[in-house]
Design a protein around this ligand. Sequence first.
Ligand SMILES: N[C@@H](CCC(=O)N[C@@H](CS)C(=O)NCC(=O)O)C(=O)O
Length: 217
Amino acid sequence: MKLYAVVGSGNCHKVQATASRLGIDLDVEYQDFFAGDLTRPEFLALNPNGRVPTLVDGDFTLWESNAIMQYLADKVPGNPLFPQDPQTRADIVRWQCWELAHFNNALGTIAYQAVLKVQLMKQEPNQPVVDDAMESLSEFAAVLEGHLSGRDYVVGNGITLADYSIINIEAFKEMIPFDWSGYPGLNAYFDRMRADPHWAGTAPESPEAIGRKPGAA
Ligand SMILES: N[C@@H](CCC(=O)N[C@@H](CS)C(=O)NCC(=O)O)C(=O)O
């Protein structure tokens, strides 16, 4: 299976950590974000959104990171990341929907506006957008903090797809101007997940590699 990815993309990282944990060897084809690889007609034919991750498995093409994670997990019978029990699966999907719609929507908006735009694109952040996202992030971080009380992982007693999804933008967590001090359980959870060998083993080698094809000058 081929995975089109960009180095440093949290949405790719969650898929790559999932594949690593499942023992699936993906043929990862990195795209150069800065050279406009995602807007080339060949790539848009695979994913009209011009986004990564995008998976190609024979004549089946799939985009949306959480869907890709579920698809990969379903290829490995008996895996603990996405078990067959309907309630456990629904619980995992619930948290994947939640991270996409709420928690990481807020975190990602702040990361884009207040970090990427400023540091990479040398532009001013849209402050009202940042303010709104900060308010949302406080609200949803409190939900995660409450849920993690007495738990190490969001569903059951071990890592599931939900955890790789929730932490996908962890690289920006401490870079954004958000006060995390009121969320000790959430902070401990992120640190626990960062230590997972499959997460750590699929992280970008260096900040300089982000967005570029590995090996490119
Ligand atoms: N909801 C999509 C989001 C995909 C997405 O936005 N990917 C980013 C990288 S993390 C991307 O390709 N950005 C390119 C762009 O915005 O031009 C998913 O979960 O796969």
